[in-house]
Design a protein. Sequence first.
Length: 156
Amino acid sequence: MRTIILFTLTVFVFNSKLNAFPGGYIGLSFLFDFKSKEKGMQVSTGLALPFIGDPGMGPYAFPGLAFGLRHAKSKSFYGYIDIQFVASNAAWIGSGYGIAFKDGNRFIRKKYFLGFLPIGYVIESIQKEVSIKMDNNFKGIYIGAALPIIGNHFFP
């Protein structure tokens, strides 16, 4: 995880096209897994990579962070933080890797997602408590909205 953060910061610092803030987004989303009845809320943010896509036209690539809270069927809550990468124009696709905080313990989590405008589909896995194996324990619908942050590369 540190490697990904360091790589992203290095790209921004040493990129010759980056002469001002490239732009980005802040998003709020709600997630629902109808099979397990788990639901959640997530706040995410990302910065546009200025060397991918045409300024103002896209497509855009956004490395960023996501913070979320889930309410499981067992009436327990857990939080998480992810590093994620999103590729977007009107349709979007991405993946993330992070840590879930559940019952005083930390677990590795992975996610993959795709969608169009405010609606999407998410598949998430979390490490089992007693092994290294990952379980696909969340497959659900994503409904959200993103507030664009205008910059010199991303300006919708």
